[in-house]
Design a protein around this ligand. Sequence first.
Ligand code: NDP
Length: 246
Amino acid sequence: MAVKNKVVVITGASSGIGEATAKILAKNGAKVVLGARREDRLRAIQEDIEAAGGVVAIQKTDVTKLDEVRNLASMAVDQFGRIDVWMNNAGVMPQSPLINGDVKGWNQMIDVNIKGVLYGINASLDTMRAQGDGQYINTASVAAHTSGINSGVYSATKAAVKMISDSLREEEAQAKSGIRVTMISPGAVATELPNHITDPDIKKKFESSDLTPLSPDRIAQSILYAIDMPKDASVNEIVIRPTDQV
Ligand code: NDP
């Protein structure tokens, strides 16, 4: 598989989609470099991957801090010599109605979901340009395409991921750098993401939903597909949701 021996950096790798992607890519021969704030969780994932014979490195990383994101990139290059894929996956979703004025939650979403993606690009693009090869996987959401009650700021941050991804793809195509940009837009996935919601009514709505969310493994499988696609084909976007999600 084309993914074999690729060096793949994943932010937000300590749970959910990031963890599942790390495991499936490592299983298929990628060397995975994992960043997130919860070091204990990263260490447990490292043990799982190594026990299965995979190659992995971890580093405590807060994506809202540019120097930490740059350190993650440097560690990947020091350990493995290159960065083939950078997955900007870290994200938070403390949803609330705008009337609540949850400025802290708004800032957190802007800092992690938007600035975190920009910092990831900043930390790795020069390396990929020098290689003449590379790929970004930016985790957006179906919320990048539509908004609704309680989702104004979250959707705005994910729409920003789409705009940033589209610009980056066009700039790199124009520069003929060989760098591909893939945006992944999942619907409902069973992860810890709703845990960030503090509003009790919204939390209850999530908990009482009769929708069965996808396993994060499904998202990981689709990311594997995008990375494994031969270099002349760039999977621009994958939208993937539970079959019964409206
Ligand atoms: P999780 O909550 O399981 O994962 C979120 C990840 O982001 C964690 O690893 C967390 O690690 C990390 N993270 C949060 N803040 C920071 C930070 N400041 N610095 C570094 N890492 C951070 O949820 P998901 O797996 O669902 O989320 C992954 C992505 O998927 C997000 O971008 C989310 O918006 C997106 N998404 C999820 C959907 C879903 O239904 N679950 C649907 C559509 C998109 P730590 O706390 O250790 O730092």
